[in-house]
Design a binder for this molecule. Structure first.
Ligand SMILES: NC(=O)c1ccc[n+]([C@@H]2O[C@H](COP(=O)([O-])OP(=O)(O)OC[C@H]3O[C@@H](n4cnc5c(N)ncnc54)[C@H](O)[C@@H]3O)[C@@H](O)[C@H]2O)c1
Length: 309
C-alpha cells in the first residue's frame, strides 16, 4: 500500500515510536495522532499532524476517530510493558480489549488496513534465533502474552474479514526520550552518581537495539511492499549488544569510568528474556536494509539523551 495522499490514524502517536512515525507519515499524508498521554508527550507530536487526546479503551473515542474516510490505522497504543509486574491482568485486559475494539470499529466502517506493533517477547525464551516462522510461541511475560493474543485477533481479521495486516515484532527500540529502557536508565543513574552504576541482572543480557528512526522507516517500507493478508516481520538490527557494553558506551559518551555493581541473576527483571536473537532475513529480502548496528544505535541515542540533559 503506497503511503502517499492517505488518511492515516496513528494510535499512541505521542509516544516514542508513534511520534517519529507521525513525523515521517505527515510529510505526504493526512495524519491523526491519538494518545491519552498516559505515557506520551503532547509536544512530541509534529505540527503537520492533527492531535486528538483520547483514551482508546473508550469505544466512543474509537468510533469518533475511525471513520470510513481512514485508509490505514497504525496501532501503537499500549500500556507500558514495565507495568507488567505491577498489574498484569489490567495490562492484558486493557490492551487486548482496545485492539479488539479498534478491529471491530474498522470492520464496521470498512477500513481494512492495520499495522500493529508487536514484540519479540512473543517468542519467549527460545534460546535460538527466532525467524517469523519460529514456534511454538511461548511468551514468559504477560506483556508478551498480550501481544501474542493481539496478533491472533489480527490474524482472524486478515484471514476472514479481508483485512491486510502488518505485524511488527520489534526488538528493543531506542530513541531520544527519557523514561523506561536501559540506555536512559544508565544516563540518568550516571548523571546522579558518576562514580558507580548498578546494572540489573549480570550484565550479559544480549539483545538488538534499533534506533527509532530506522524502526519507523522499516515499518513504512514493509507496509508499502508487503501485501499478504497477514504480513509478520521481525524488526531489529543485524547485530546485538550486551548490557555491559551499553554501560561502557554510555560511560564513554559521558567521559566517566564508573564502578559497576550487579543485582545478579540472568534477567534484568521477572519475565525479561535475557538473550534475543531476532533474524531479519525476511525484511532484508523485501529490500530494506539497516544503516546502524546495535552498538551504533545505542551510542547515537546516548548522545541524543545527553544533549537533552
Ligand atoms: N520501545 C520498544 O522497545 C518496543 C518494543 C516492542 C514493542 N513495542 C511496542 O511499540 C508500541 C509503541 O511503543 P513506544 O516505545 O513508543 O511506547 P510509548 O509508551 O512511548 O508509546 C505508547 C503510547 O500509547 C499511549 N497509550 C497507552 N494507552 C493508551 C490508550 N488507552 N489510549 C490512547 N493512548 C494510549 C501512551 O500514552 C503512549 O504515548 C507499543 O505497542 C509497544 O508495546 C515497543
Amino acid at each position: 500500500m503506497e503511503l502517499t495522499g492517505k488518511q492515516i490514524v496513528v494510535t499512541g502517536g505521542a509516544g516514542l515510536i508513534g511520534s517519529q512515525l507521525v513525523e515521517q507519515l505527515a510529510t505526504d499524508n493526512d495524519v491523526i495522532a491519538v494518545d491519552d498521554l498516559s505515557n506520551g508527550v503532547r509536544e512530541s507530536v509534529p505540527e503537520g499532524a492533527t492531535f486528538v487526546e483520547g483514551d482508546l479503551s473508550n469505544e466512543a473515542v474509537v468510533a469518533d476517530i475511525i471513520t470510513d474516510e481512514i485508509d490505514i490505522v497504525f496501532h501503537l497504543a499500549a500500556a507500558d510493558k514495565y507495568v507488567d509486574t505491577d498489574n498484569p491482568r489490567q495490562q492484558f485486559e486493557a490492551n487486548s480489549s482496545m485492539t479488539h475494539t479498534i478491529l471491530e470499529r474498522m470492520d464496521e466502517v470498512g477500513v481494512s488496513n492495520i499495522a500493529f506493533t508487536s514484540s519479540c517477547t512473543v517468542y519467549g525464551e527460545a534460546g535460538e534465533p527466532t525467524p517469523e516462522s519460529y514456534g511454538p510461541l511461548e511468551p514468559i511475560s504477560v506483556y508478551g502474552a498480550t501481544k501474542l493474543g493481539e496478533e491472533a485477533l489480527l490474524s482472524v481479521y486478515g484471514n476472514t474479514h479481508d483485512f491486510t495486516v502488518w505485524t511488527f515484532r520489534f526488538a528493543n527500540i531506542v530513541g531520544p526520550r527519557f523514561g523506561a529502557g536501559v540506555v536512559p536508565d544508565f544516563v540518568e543513574k550516571l548523571d546522579d552518581d558518576p562514580e558507580s552504576l548498578t546494572i540489573l541482572g549480570n550484565g550479559k543480557q544480549t539483545k538488538s537495539y534499533m534506533h527509532v528512526t530506522e524502526c519507523v522507516d522499516a515499518m513504512c517500507y514493509v507496509v508499502e511492499h508487503a501485501d499478504e493478508p497477514v504480513n509478520t516481520f521481525n524488526l531489529a538490527t543485524q547485530t546485538t549488544t550486551d548490557v555491559d557494553t551499553i554501560a561502557d558506551i554510555v560511560s564513554d559518551e559521558m567521559g566517566l569510568d564508573p564502578e559497576y555493581s550487579y543485582t545478579g541473576g540472568e534477567r534484568g527483571w521477572e519475565g525479561d528474556v535475557s538473550t534475543v536473537l531476532l533474524p531479519i532475513d525476511k525484511l532484508l529480502e523485501l529490500g530494506w536494509k539497516n544503516e546502524l548496528s546495535s552498538d551504533e544505535s545505542v551510542r547515537r541515542v546516548a548522545r541524543e539523551l545527553l544533549a537533552e540533559l
